[in-house]
Design a protein around this ligand. Structure first.
Ligand code: URA
Length: 243
């Protein structure tokens, strides 16, 4: 691939911008400054530097973020920060999108990507990728509520029944459960439907990809195995950070 095209694909702006960066001597490959925008490159395991900062060529990007509270999943956030504020322009220029949404006050695992197929695979209603949430509840979690959540509840203006799996009471006011759809405010509405209220909500797992080592506000690129895990194509849980 031509150097100018490669740079453009990685989020360094328009073709013209990329040509200018190269001509300015800002781009290095294996410690060599390349000033020819038409320089031809092999993309396998390609690493390059722009103004001394190192980048790895990635055809698509897949990112796991431990979302802090107070951040919205929209580009034009109104009352809060946007999760996109946590990423630099180079990533944003690639058209990074959130895979589904978390409420501004929800914390935990949020995936972002520029791969439309991956996004579809995880958010399509028929795919049923499980998502595990932990929550603090206003009232004690009763056995009856656990049975109701497992059997399924109806939600206003939504078709069908919404059931959770692996519903576990972790403490008197703490519950963990997996949901398999992703309608608006689903967990909060399910808890309201059984007569309780979510006080704090945290997403722990998507498919088999589990949040483990990432601190709030931190993000990592996903490996191939982690991408498969998020799509629920692994047999065992995989942690967010490869240790
Ligand atoms: N369900 C909710 O109610 N809120 C979220 O942020 C995610 C799932």
């Amino acid at each position: 691939m031509l150097l100018e095209k490669m740079l453009q694909s990685q989020g360094f702006g328009s073709r013209k911008n990329c040509q200018q960066l190269i001509k300015n001597g800002a781009v290095q490959i294996q410690d060599l400054i390349i000033t020819d925008p038409k320089y031809k490159l092999a993309l396998n395991d390609l690493e390059f530097q722009v103004y001394g900062e190192s980048y790895q060529y990635r055809e698509k990007v897949y990112v796991a973020l431990n979302k802090p509270a107070g951040y919205e999943c929209s580009h034009q956030s109104t009352h809060h920060f946007s999760v996109f504020d946590l990423f630099d322009d180079v990533l944003m220029n690639r058209g990074l999108q959130t895979v589904g949404r978390l409420d501004q006050d929800t914390t935990g695992l949020l995936l972002l990507t520029d791969d439309g197929q991956f996004l579809q695979a995880l958010t399509h209603p028929k795919k049923h990728v499980p998502k595990v949430y932990r929550m603090q509840t206003a009232d004690p979690v009763t056995d009856e509520q656990i049975v109701q959540l497992t059997q399924g509840v109806e939600l206003r203006n939504e078709k069908g029944v919404f059931a959770a799996t692996d519903v576990e009471r972790l403490a008197l006011h703490e519950l963990q459960m997996a949901i398999h759809q992703g309608v608006y405010h689903q967990v909060k509405r399910m808890l309201a439907a059984v007569g309780n209220k979510v006080e704090r909500l945290h997403r722990q797992q998507i498919g088999q990809l589990r949040l483990q080592a990432l601190a709030e506000g931190e993000w990592v690129y996903l490996t191939e195995t982690q991408i498969l895990a998020a799509k629920n194509q692994c047999n065992e849980p995989v942690a967010d950070v490869t240790l």
